[in-house]
Design a protein around this ligand. Structure first.
Ligand code: FES
Length: 129
């Protein structure tokens, strides 16, 4: 059975093949619906789209084992690459194109390592380049 390692929370859980990352995190008592750099995290824990890939608040970084997940979904593509409806997910995606996913859209097919609530730096080297 696949293992998910939550780096910041220092927690490892075993999940069924094809499990939803967000659902398994909730079951383990981990909130992946974060705000912007921690602001709004307590609100987003309860005010979110419920795992439909619509709000973009469950952003995570898959720091290891991206190959053990499903490919980027259309809803993730919409959240990360179309800034018109909500610029926050798009700004967060910059510089994390190889690792950022929406936890509610990730199917876990093998061992992965997850960084929850990734911060984004608007003034980082990637933003204005
Ligand atoms: S919970 Fe809303 S996008 Fe994942």
């Amino acid at each position: 059975m696949p293992m998910i390692k939550f780096v910041k929370e220092k927690k490892e859980i075993e999940v069924p093949q094809g499990a939803c990352l967000r659902r398994e995190a909730i079951g383990a008592g981990i909130n992946l619906n974060c705000g912007v750099n921690g602001i709004g995290q307590s609100v987003n824990k309860y005010v979110n789209c419920g795992g439909k890939g619509m709000c973009g608040t469950c952003r995570v970084l898959i720091t290891q084992g991206m190959e053990n997940t499903n490919p980027l979904t259309k809803r993730e593509w919409f959240q990360f690459k179309t800034p018109f409806h909500d610029p926050v997910p798009c700004l967060a995606y910059i510089g994390h194109e190889d690792a950022m996913r929406l936890a509610c859209m990730v199917k876990v097919n093998g061992d992965i390592e997850v960084e929850s609530c990734p911060e984004f730096n608007l003034f980082g080297e990637n933003f204005f380049s």
